[in-house]
Ligand binder design. Structure first.
Ligand code: ADP
Ligand code: ZN
Ligand code: ZN
Length: 724
């Protein structure tokens, strides 16, 4: 018998399976973690296939040295998923591997899933030891204590002594799963009775298939999810629940803990490696049956999955943008199909892409158009900042926002001020007439790059001079860049000196539990204003927030990306959803220099369907996804000549593919990436846009052109979130 083994090291050279012989005395299963000799070293590997024959020279094949755990670490479903991911996202097996195995047991960290305890055998007699000194001492130690960890025994009395004692049967081994007790919830479970719409939503989810739960903010989607999960647990199955970034939504977490207790395992980025490993083990052994976590929780080692839920489906964080790059939704679909269970994705602002799928019936649509508490969605007032300029106000805040803030403070309520900051790029805009520079060739907005003072198109690489005068009206009032949270806070403090003003952004939340501290301080202060970035847009449920101010709505609108408008609509809806969630009525003040842009009209009316229709039409015309596919192949290497040569080589091969599919590949070019250099690596890219017909086949051919043994790191992305 032979075993195909992947070696646990993420390098290109080791990205193959290596064959080893399975010795008779070792029983090997698929997914087992094994020790093998590799070159001059001992390495850890994972068995991905067992077979009777090997293509290699049988005489040269080495034996597997040892099996490392009692049971396979990678379960059969996960083995299949690994293969699927390699094909679907063009990834290396070795880099996919690290998603499935906690870092605590990878790359030679030979941690065991069990603690081995040693205790003295009852039938032990002193004669068996004779004169072995260290053995004697070890036995004495065990006579004084009921049991001692084998590792500690070995440390104190030596490997060979302990080994001899075990072989002679003097020390017996007791295995114990090393699990930490999960923290329990302090919160009482809210007893909530589902309303009719929620009930219908729960009932609409069938035995399998993909469901889109489109419910306005505050419609009680969490409650729907929890009921769906309870139903699954009753059947003896398990559940996966994904949220965008769990440290941002401690409330969701607390809700799940109080409803499902110790059945819940949490996986998110601010856990230590050890804590993650503990939670992973609880899932692996079936001691936790619900996993709640950010995108990587989709790899949770749960059996018998009965439902997978993805909350805030539209969130970018579900796309992994660093290696290995993958789309969580596709993986969820795979697992749902494998387990024959439903996949439910929910959002108040579904992505255009998934709504298009719902339109064609590939995804089942479930709608909750009203808030659970029956309250209206907050009124959104659009404030024209150009007008403010005309009447002499060139500050950050409109007079409307200032007077509304003053009211909130008088009534001892709370407000949130949202500032949109994402990425390191920004746009240029005329503050007189609202002109924004666009690429002539691509019909997307240009992005301003401060390093070289140029405007760049992220889709074709074309560069333009930065504006100093508006080409439309001649004004020199050119606006560029956004205001930061710090400045907003300091100005607010001057205007409202006696009011609690809190700031939440990357800087203030870098420490562990940073988010929670700020959020709970905000919760307890009245009146108070919370100023923040994207972080405050999500899921928070504060009863006394009656006003939301959006400082610079345009910032997401002109991001130089075909999805900019969609992102802008999502942000406004999400941020607005934070206001007026309980008794008091809510209001939103939205400041913009482009008040007539269609996105604001639809957003102000919470008209998702209207927005979708308009957006769908525009993308159909301009041939952007979901009506085409954009492929970006990114090359990176510290030596610029290397990247350039390898890029050229690929490009030449790609020209043949283009010839073959001339009607379907509507755009293809090679260029420097808009951000030329990251961490001392030069970045070049090939961008291809193709029609959907045969796109899978073309995609594979394109991929093959990059599949050489290149020195550069090559990243292959379909419809990338960012082109920089
Ligand atoms: P969403 O995720 O759809 O924005 P949430 O799940 O956060 O909405 O629910 C909003 C609020 O409504 C929460 O405070 C929740 O406890 C409450 N809620 C949900 N369902 C009901 C219900 N059936 N009756 C009363 N309150 C509810
Ligand atoms: Zn102008
Ligand atoms: Zn362009």
């Amino acid at each position: 018998m032979f075993a195909s083994v992947i070696i646990d090291q993420d390098t290109k050279a080791l990205d193959k399976v290596f064959d080893y012989r399975v010795p008779d005395k070792i029983e090997i299963q698929n997914g087992d973690r094994v020790l093998v000799s590799f070159g001059a070293r001992m390495m850890q590997g994972f068995v991905v296939e067992l077979k009777e024959k090997t293509d290699y020279d049988e005489k040269k094949i080495k034996n597997i040295v040892a099996k490392m755990d009692e049971q396979p670490i990678i379960k059969p479903e996960m083995l299949q998923l690994m293969k699927f991911m390699c094909e679907e996202f063009h990834l290396r097996l070795t880099s996919v591997l690290k998603l499935f195995i906690p870092s605590e047991i990878r790359e030679g960290k030979i941690k065991e899933l069990f603690v081995k305890w040693g205790k003295l055998s009852k039938s032990f007699s002193a004669e068996q030891i004779k004169n072995a000194k260290s053995q004697k001492k070890a036995v004495e130690a065990l006579q004084n204590k009921a049991r001692i960890k084998i590792v500690d025994l070995k440390k104190e009395f030596g490997q060979s002594a302990v080994k001899a004692l075990i072989e002679k049967g003097i020390i017996e081994i007791e295995m114990e799963r090393c699990l930490r007790k999960p923290f329990s919830s302090q919160q009482e479970d809210k007893k909530i009775i589902l309303n009719e719409l929620q009930k219908r939503a729960v009932e609409s989810v069938g035995e399998k298939g993909v469901y889109l739960l489109h419910g306005v903010t505050g419609s009680g989607k969490t409650e729907v999810y929890m009921n769906l999960i309870a139903r699954v647990l009753e059947k003896g199955q398990n559940a996966i629940m994904l949220v965008p970034e769990i440290s941002l939504t401690p409330q969701v977490m607390a809700n799940f803990k109080s409803r499902f207790g110790d059945n819940v395992a949490v996986l998110h980025s601010s856990l230590s490696a050890g804590e993650r490993f503990d939670e992973w083990k609880r899932l692996f052994f079936g001691e936790a049956r619900v996993v709640v976590g950010a995108r990587s929780a989709i790899f949770a080692p749960l059996d018998k999955v009965g439902i997978i839920i993805i909350d805030e489906q539209h969130e970018q964080s579900y796309i992994s943008e660093s290696n290995p790059r993958y789309d969580t939704f596709e993986i969820a679909k795979f697992r749902a199909e494998y387990n024959n269970c439903p996949l439910v994705v929910g959002s108040a602002t579904p992505s255009v892409d998934i709504y298009e799928q719902a339109k064609h019936g590939d995804v089942n649509l479930i709608e909750i158009p009203t808030r659970a508490n029956g309250k209206e969605l907050p009124k959104i007032q659009i404030v024209d900042m150009m007008n403010e300029l005309r009447v002499g106000n060139s500050g950050i805040f409109s007079s409307q926002l200032l007077s509304d803030l003053a009211n909130v403070i008088n009534e001892k309520k709370q407000a949130m001020i949202f500032i949109n900051r994402r990425g390191f790029s920004s746009f240029m805009m005329c503050r007189e007439c609202g002109y924004v520079a666009k690429c002539e060739a691509c019909d997307v907005n240009l992005v301003y790059h401060r390093e070289d003072n140029r405007l760049k198109c992220h889709y074709c690489g074309k560069q333009y001079r930065a504006l100093d005068r508006c080409p439309n009206c001649g004004s020199d009032k050119i606006k560029q860049g956004a205001v930061g949270t710090e400045r907003v806070v300091s100005e607010l403090k001057e205007i409202f000196p006696n009011v609690k003003i809190l700031r939440m952004d990357n800087d203030t939340t870098s420490r562990k539990n940073g988010h929670e501290k700020i959020l709970s301080e905000f919760r307890e202060s009245k009146p108070a204003i919370l100023v923040g970035t994207q972080m405050i847009a999500k899921g928070h449920d504060f009863e006394d927030v009656v006003l939301v101010g959006i400082i610079d709505a345009d910032q997401s609108l002109y991001r130089g990306d075909y999805r900019s408008t969609e992102r802008c609509f999502q942000l406004i809806t999400q941020v607005s959803g934070r206001a007026g969630r309980s008794q008091s009525e809510g209001k939103v003040v939205l400041q913009t220099y482009s008040p007539r842009h269609y996105v604001y009209k639809f957003a102000a009316n919470y008209d998702y369907k209207g927005f979708f229709k308009k957006e769908e039409n525009l993308r159909k015309t301009a041939l952007f996804p979901p009506f085409s596919k954009i492929i970006r192949i990114l090359f990176a290497h510290p030596d610029e000549n290397v990247v350039r040569d390898e890029l050229k080589m690929c490009y030449n091969k790609l020209l043949k593919v283009r010839e073959k599919y001339f009607d379907e590949i509507i755009y293809m070019d090679a260029m420097k990436s808009p951000v030329k250099k990251i961490k001392n690596s030069f970045r070049y890219q090939i961008v291809i846009r193709l029609l959907l017909k045969n796109s899978r086949e073309i995609e594979n051919e394109i991929f093959k052109c990059t599949d050489d043994n290149l020195k550069s790191s090559v990243f292959f992305e379909v419809n990338p979130e960012s082109m920089s």
